[in-house]
Design a protein around this ligand. Sequence first.
Ligand code: ATP
Ligand code: MG
Ligand code: MG
Length: 353
Amino acid sequence: MSVLWVLGAGQLGAMLKQAGTPLGIDVRPVDIESTETLPLKPTDVVTAEREEWPETVATKQLATHNNFVNLGTFPQLADRLTQKQWIDRLELSTAPWFPVESDSSAQQAYQALGERVLMKRRRGGYDGKGQYWLKQSEATQIPDDWKGYAIAEQAINFDEEVSLVGVRGKNGETHFYPLTLNLHINGILYASISPLDRLKPLQSKAESMLSKLMGALDYVGVMAMECFRIGDDLLINELAPRVHNSGHWTQAGASVCQFQNHVRAVTGLPLAAAEVKNQSMMINLIGVDLDYQWLSIKGLELYWYKKEVRPGRKVGHLNFCSGEIDVLQNALTEITLPQPYPEALAWLAKNLP
Ligand code: ATP
Ligand code: MG
Ligand code: MG
């Protein structure tokens, strides 16, 4: 039996492993720092839980395997510059931008993009790390170590943030979960809710955008597209060529979750047009200690990542799924979490149907 190797051994790798179990697929996440010689067989398959990686003993072995799915796509999307170029080339909407070069100035940025400009490092940024605001009112300048290593984006005054998680098979077949509404606080995802009737009118537009991208990249597996909603328009914020935090609710709320659909896609198994069961919501556990008392809250499912708790670090998530909105509203009143969670809980309560 072939093994599905996962480059990376964080929570996404662990959840891919969990999803492979009922399929009888041996999913093995690999720590990128591992120095072991991996028993890779020619018929094995390789996927990744992260879009870029340093060259290590482990990543060299995996990245030279013939069955590394999407190997060529990762560098295209891991660099925000080439990612933005792909979006532009396919004539999809995104925040206006330009590359920050060695001779770029803040004045140019204000002239081209307006008085508030968000610089994002081309590589390695996540959870809002690797961002730098340029504000004309404060005469902010571009620090030298950002020149040549970043893109500059117009500040978008969006109504809200939504994401689409889709899966594409080797034969080009695609399936999508319903759009998810996301709350970010200080650049990091705190909460998600899906499905929402009021987002339904945007579903087909979002699906055609992500289809176009996955098709152009001949992508296989789960991809996520984060968007800003401005009225009836969607602007792509960024793409993730992997399972995504805003799809975690599918573990509780869909007949087949994003992790299992990714495993199915990369191993060439039939995909599932996942049936959405009920109303779902997800709360990320960020820098908070584990509390097993949460388990007494009706409708709650805990995923704890067994990572050391540090401020700003994602250490777990809570999924909720119920056909009774009262159960969800009630859960939100029973859970106590420190600042800034009251904002996230109130946001969920307000957005529940
Ligand atoms: P992730 O953890 O999702 O990978 P990231 O560090 O890659 O995050 P982005 O998704 O690009 O960063 O940005 C993080 C958040 O910052 C967004 O979800 C949004 O709230 C805000 N943001 C990003 N770009 C803009 C923009 N152009 N204008 C206004 N806000 C923005
Ligand atoms: Mg990102
Ligand atoms: Mg993002």
